[in-house]
Design a protein around this ligand. Structure first.
Ligand SMILES: Cc1cc2nc3c(=O)[nH]c(=O)nc-3n(C[C@H](O)[C@H](O)[C@H](O)COP(=O)(O)OP(=O)(O)OC[C@H]3O[C@@H](n4cnc5c(N)ncnc54)[C@H](O)[C@@H]3O)c2cc1C
Ligand SMILES: Cc1cc2nc3c(=O)[nH]c(=O)nc-3n(C[C@H](O)[C@H](O)[C@H](O)COP(=O)(O)O)c2cc1C
Length: 751
C-alpha cells in the first residue's frame, strides 16, 4: 500500500512506524514542513496507564521513550500561602523533541521515508496514494481542504495561555495560582527531563489585557512572568520557543474519514492541555488506525472501523477536558473562597475522572485529611457532634437547615407516581416513601403535589387541596417519622401549561384524549404545537393560585412535613414565569429577570409567611433551558440570589424540560456544574440532582464543595436501600430498625 502522512508529529510518525513494522512492503512517506530537529513547545506528559498501550504496540520505541522519562507521582498545589500535596498520580514527562527524535529514528530504521521542510498546500500531489493521512495538527490543511466532508467545528476558548519552559526542575506536577494587581494567574508546570520543566501560564483575557500582555513580544512576556513568579522560580530562568499568547481551540469533526483520507490526532480532535492528553490521543489514534488497516479488506471500511472504535473514547475525553478547561476558565469563583483543602479537592476532581475513592487509593492520607476537615465543618454547621471513633465519609455527615438536622447528605428526589385518585395519596405512596425512608436517605421528598385539581399534571398526580389529602399525607409522614430517622419534605407545585396530560407510561406531556381541564401559564403558549393553549394568567388568577399555595402550605404543616419545596423547575407554572421562552408578557411580570421573577417570588413570600420559621424551605429550579434564547446559568445565578434574599434556605438545581426542543448535554453528574456555580456565586446552599449513581460521586461532590446535599431520583427507584448499601460498601455503620437488626450477621454476595 502507498501511504502518505501529511504531518510528522507524534500521530503521523507513530502510525507510519506501526504500518511499516506490520508490513515492510508498504511504501510510506511522512511529509513534514519543519526541519527534523525543529520543535515547538517543551515537554509532554503521559499517565502510567497510557504507557501500557504503547508497550503493546511497539516495544522498541516504548523502551526508548520510557528510558528518557522524568517520572513523578505527586501533584503540588500552591494556593495562597499554602502548598498542598496529593500523591500517587503516576505521570511521566518527556521532551517533545526527544519523543520526536525517537519516533523519527524508529521510522527511518524500519524504512519509512521522511521528507522534512516540505509544506503541503495542494493535496492533488498525493492523489495516487492508497491512503492519505491528515496528521497535520490543530490547523490541519487536510481537514481544511475537505471541510465539506469532515464538517469541522472549532470552539475557541476565551482564556489566554503561553507555553514556556524553565530550568527550574519542579519535582511534582505543579499548579501555581497567584493573584496580582491585574487578576488571577494559573500555571501548569511539570518537569520533563533532569533540568527542564514545561511552564504553561494561563489567565483570563481581561487580566491578560490589564497586564498589557496583548502588546507584549516574547521577551516582554518572559520578563513579566519571571517577575511575577520570582519566588517560585528561585532565580531560575524561563525559556521561550515561539512562546506566543494563544487561545485554545477545541476541535471536533462530524466525520474523521472521507474516501481514502483520514484525520488523526489534533487534526481530528483536541483536548485541553489541563488534562494533558493531546499526545496520548494522537498516539492511541495511530494504534487504532494501524490495527484497523492490518485487519485487511477495503481501506474505506478500515477507516470507518477506526472512527467507530476511537470516537467514543475521544468524546469521553473531550467531555472531561471541557469540564476541566471550564474549571480553569472560571476558577475566580473558587479562589479565595474555598479553604485550601477544599480548593485542592475541587481542582483534583474537576473533570470527574479523579474521584474521592480513587484519590483514596492513590493517597489515603490526603483523603483522610479531607474527610476530617469536612466532618469538622459539618459539625460546626449542624451544631451536633459528629460522633464515633472513625471520621465519617462526607456523605455520612450531618447538615442543618434551620431547626431541621439531617443525619446524612442523601436525599430521595420527588418523583411523580401517577397513582393517586383526585389527588389523594394511598398505600402505594406510603410504601414508596416509607421504604425509601427506611432505606437510609436522610431526607425523602414526596412527589410534585399540586395545589389545586386544575394544577395537576395528570389525573394520577397527588394534591394538597382537599381535607382528605392532609389526612392521607399525615399517615405517610407519621410512618416515616416513626420508622426512620429520615425527615420528609413536600414538593408543592402547579403544572401550568404542562397540565391535563397523560401518565408517564401513557405518553409524557401528551394531552389527555378526554376529560381535560383548562390550563393557565405565564403566557398563552402551548407546550407542543398540538397541546392545549393555556390562558395567560391575569392578576386575579395570580391571586387565586398564590392563595392555593398558601392553603397547601398550611395543610402541609398540619400533616407534619418537615420541609417544603416549591417547584419552580421543568416548565411548570412558576417556572413558566422565569423562562423567557415561556414568558413573553409585556407587563411587570415579563421582560427582565427582575420582572419574570416577580410572581414566583411573590408566591414564595406568601408561603414563607405561613410556613413555620423553624422549618426550612427549598426551591427547585431549572438552571438552563438548554435552548437558544432560553434561561442560562447567569440568569439562574441571578434568580438564586433573589431566592436567598427572600429567605430560601437551599436550592435544588435541576435543568431543562421547559421546551420540547431542548438540547441537553447528558452525562454523569451533568447538572452538578450548575449547582457548583450557584452555590459559589449566589452564596446559597444547594442540592444537586441528575445522574448521580455512586457513593463515590456523592463523596466527591460534597468534599469538593459542589453541593451541600446529593439528590438521587432513579437511583432510588432502582434501590430504595441505596444509602444503606452505600454505607455497607464504605464500612459505615448505619443503624437498622429494630425489626431488621438480624441483617447485621448477613453478608451480601453478588454471585
Ligand atoms: C500548551 C500546550 C500544552 C500541551 N501539553 C501537552 C501535554 O502535556 N501532553 C500531551 O500529551 N499533549 C500536550 N499538548 C498537545 C500536543 O502538543 C498535541 O496534542 C499533539 O502533539 C498532537 O499530535 P499530532 O501529531 O496530532 O499533531 P502535532 O504534534 O501538532 O503534529 C502535526 C505536524 O504536522 C506538521 N504540519 C502541519 N501542517 C503541515 C503542512 N501543511 N505541511 C507539512 N506539515 C505540516 C506540523 O509541523 C507538525 O509537526 C499540548 C499542547 C499545547 C498547545
Ligand atoms: C418517574 C419520575 C418522576 C419524576 N417526578 C418529579 C417530580 O415530581 N418533581 C420533580 O421535581 N422532579 C421529578 N422528576 C425528576 C427527578 O426528581 C430528577 O430531577 C431527575 O430524574 C434527575 O435525577 P436522576 O438522574 O437521579 O434520576 C421525576 C423523575 C422520574 C424518573
Amino acid at each position: 500500500m502507498r501511504i502518505v502522512s501529511i504531518g510528522g508529529g507524534p500521530a503521523g510518525l507513530y502510525f507510519s512506524l506501526l504500518m511499516k513494522k506490520a508490513d515492510p512492503g508498504h511504501d510510506i512517506t511522512v511529509i513534514e514542513r519543519n526541519r527534523a530537529d525543529d520543535t515547538f513547545g517543551f515537554g509532554v506528559v503521559f499517565s502510567d496507564a497510557t504507557l501500557e498501550s504503547f508497550a503493546d504496540a511497539d516495544r522498541d520505541s516504548y523502551t526508548e521513550i520510557t528510558a528518557s522519562f522524568a517520572h513523578w507521582d505527586a501533584i503540588d498545589i500552591h494556593y495562597r500561602a499554602t502548598v498542598l500535596t496529593s500523591r500517587g498520580h503516576g505521570f511521566a514527562g518527556i521532551a517533545r523533541q526527544r519523543l520526536l527524535d525517537i519516533l523519527q529514528r524508529r521510522c527511518v530504521d524500519l524504512g519509512v521515508r521522511l521528507e522534512f521542510q516540505t509544506e503541503v498546500g495542494d493535496l492533488a500531489t498525493y492523489a495516487d496514494a492508497d491512503l492519505l493521512v491528515g496528521a497535520d495538527g490543530v490547523n490541519s490543511v487536510v481537514r481544511g481542504r475537505h471541510a465539506g466532508e469532515f464538517q469541522p467545528h472549532v470552539d475557541w476558548r476565551p482564556n489566554k495561555f503561553v507555553w514556556l519552559g524553565t530550568t527550574f526542575p519542579f519535582d511534582a506536577f505543579t499548579f501555581l495560582f497567584k493573584e496580582s494587581e491585574h487578576g488571577l494567574w494559573r500555571v501548569h508546570a511539570y518537569r520533563y527531563d533532569a533540568s527542564t520543566s514545561t511552564f504553561i501560564l494561563e489567565t483570563t483575557e481581561p487580566t491578560w489585557r490589564r497586564a498589557g500582555l496583548d502588546q507584549a513580544d516574547e521577551e516582554q512576556t518572559l520578563a513579566f512572568v519571571e517577575r511575577l513568579f520570582a519566588d517560585e522560580l528561585r532565580g531560575h530562568r524561563l525559556l521561550k520557543n515561539r512562546s506566543f499568547w494563544r487561545s485554545f481551540p477545541t476541535v471536533k469533526n462530524a466525520a474523521w474519514h472521507y474516501k481514502n483520507i483520514v484525520l488523526l490526532g489534533d487534526a481530528a480532535h483536541t483536548a485541553h492541555f489541563s488534562i494533558g492528553s493531546g499526545t496520548k490521543l494522537a498516539i492511541e489514534d495511530a494504534i487504532a488506525l494501524a490495527r484497523a488497516l492490518q485487519r485487511g479488506g477495503e481501506v474505506e471500511k478500515a477507516l470507518a472501523d477506526y472512527e467507530e472504535d476511537r470516537r467514543p473514547e475521544v468524546e469521553r475525553l473531550q467531555r472531561a477536558a471541557q469540564v476541566s478547561l471550564a474549571w480553569f476558565e472560571e476558577m475566580e469563583r473558587y479562589h479565595g473562597r474555598l479553604e485550601p483543602i477544599q480548593f485542592a479537592m475541587s481542582l483534583l476532581t474537576r473533570s470527574l475522572r479523579v474521584t474521592h475513592e480513587n484519590l483514596k487509593t492513590r493517597d489515603s492520607r490526603f483523603v483522610a485529611e479531607v474527610d476530617r476537615w469536612f466532618a469538622g465543618r459539618a459539625e460546626q454547621q449542624a451544631q451536633v457532634p459528629v460522633v464515633g471513633a472513625r471520621t465519617p465519609p462526607p456523605m455520612f455527615t450531618p447538615f442543618r437547615l434551620r431547626e431541621m438536622v439531617l443525619s446524612n447528605r442523601v436525599v430521595v428526589s420527588p418523583m411523580c407516581q401517577y397513582s393517586a385518585e383526585d389527588g389523594t395519596p394511598n398505600d402505594w405512596h406510603l410504601v414508596n416513601l416509607g421504604s425509601r425512608a427506611v432505606g437510609g436517605a436522610a431526607l425523602v421528598m414526596a412527589e410534585m403535589t399540586d395545589v389545586s385539581r386544575e394544577g395537576r399534571i395528570t389525573p394520577g398526580c397527588t394534591g394538597m387541596y382537599r381535607p382528605e389529602h392532609q389526612a392521607a399525607w399525615k399517615r405517610i409522614v407519621d410512618f416515616v417519622h416513626a420508622a426512620s430517622a429520615a425527615r420528609v419534605a413536600l414538593q408543592l407545585a402547579h403544572a401550568g401549561r404542562k397540565g391535563s396530560t397523560r401518565r408517564l407510561w401513557e405518553g409524557m406531556d401528551e394531552p389527555l384524549p378526554d376529560g381535560n381541564w383548562p390550563l393557565v401559564s405565564a403566557s398563552a403558549l402551548p407546550y407542543f404545537p398540538h397541546s392545549q393553549v393555556p390562558k395567560a394568567m391575569d392578576r386575579s388568577d395570580m391571586d387565586t393560585v398564590r392563595e392555593q399555595f398558601v392553603r397547601a402550605a398550611r395543610m402541609a404543616e398540619q400533616a407534619g412535613f418537615d420541609m417544603l419545596e416549591l417547584h419552580m423547575a421543568h416548565g411548570y407554572l412558576l417556572a413558566s414565569f422565569i423562562s423567557p421562552l415561556t414568558n413573553v408578557r409585556r407587563d411587570e411580570y415579563g421582560g427582565t429577570l427582575e420582572n419574570r421573577a416577580r410572581y414566583p417570588l411573590e408566591v414564595f413570600d406568601a408561603v414563607r409567611a405561613v410556613w413555620p420559621a423553624a422549618k426550612p424551605m427549598s426551591v427547585k429550579i431549572s438552571a438552563t433551558d438548554w435552548a437558544e434564547g432560553g434561561l442560562d446559568a447567569d440568569d439562574a445565578v441571578g434568580f438564586a440570589r433573589r431566592l436567598r434574599e427572600h429567605g430560601c434556605d437551599i436550592i435544588t438545581v435541576s435543568t431543562g424540560q421547559t421546551v420540547p426542543d431542548q438540547k441537553p448535554v447528558y452525562g454523569r453528574l451533568y447538572q452538578t456544574p450548575f449547582s457548583d456555580r450557584i452555590r459559589h456565586e449566589a452564596d446559597v446552599p444547594t442540592m444537586t440532582v441528575g445522574n448521580i449513581a455512586s457513593y463515590d460521586d456523592v463523596n466527591s461532590i460534597l468534599s469538593a464543595g459542589r453541593a451541600d446535599l446529593c439528590v438521587l431520583a432513579r437511583g432510588h427507584l432502582y434501590d430504595p436501600y441505596w444509602t444503606r448499601h452505600a454505607a455497607y460498601e464504605q464500612g459505615w455503620d448505619l443503624p437498622w430498625p429494630d425489626q431488621y437488626v438480624s441483617v447485621k450477621g448477613f453478608t451480601p454476595r453478588r454471585a
